[in-house]
Design a protein around this ligand. Sequence first.
Ligand code: DOR
Length: 304
Amino acid sequence: MNLSVKLPGLNLKNPIMPASGCFSFGKEYSQFYDLSELGAVVIKAATLNERLGNPTPRVAETDSGMLNAIGLQNPGVEMIIDQELPYLKKYDVPIIANIAGSSIEEYEQVARAFQRTDGIAAVELNISCPNVKEGGLQFGTNPDVAAEVTRRVKAASNVPVYVKLTPNVTNVVEIAQAVEEAGADGLTMINSLTGMQINLQSRRPLLANKVGGLTGPAIKPVAIRMVYQVYQAVKIPIIGVGGIMTAEDVLEFLLAGASAVQVGTANFQNPMICPELIEQLPACLAKYGFRSVEEAIGKGHQSE
Ligand code: DOR
């Protein structure tokens, strides 16, 4: 069974990669499996300088999934390049750098810093973090602003740029088209869906940040719907993400129009989830009549 997928800048052995933020820089996961088995790895968002993130509590488990308000904690792009990337580069796997910032200039500077290093296959432009006051959703909810930051990061990068979109909008198609027009090479969708949990004892929102981003199976239908709608409106490839737990979930994203997928929350329950999905995918594809991953992409649109 051919699981390989060719995307701008990314020759994927298979379509499975861990989502940004759920994998850190790979060291923890390399205790469990050989990282070269993965389609790609996406590193935790990098900003120009170190960020400590939001005050705690900043993660909560709800009955419907995980809420996080981490707030882009990371050691800063130079530390990531010097301290974290050398370890990841030992593996035969494409590395995707997720980048974030509080201003367009910061996004540009982070993209430029990655340009100075080798071994980055693509940039994932994070304009959809719901947990920071400046940056994040500010850039991802307005088509003109999303296009401008895409244009500038594209000009500051020497690798393809995948723009990570938010579900917290009603005009995702317009935003996707705007970033495509601005030069995006691909899309990643979706980031987390804003939510809240209230503690009955304290009568207060449980997260110190009050609002957080919901992830896990509860958001899968939202992600499938958005991938499906955007697939019909753009030509650039889509990496699907949102609540994937099983090989059937992977196939559902492929049918909706995703060319590859990212696995997030499921890693916290089962750190072996990515290699397990890679192993299970061929039988799942065969069961539903597909001979390769490429063959399944977009097949949920056939009757239209
Ligand atoms: O849910 C999210 N949490 N999405 C992001 O893009 C960043 C992350 C965080 O650090 O808060």
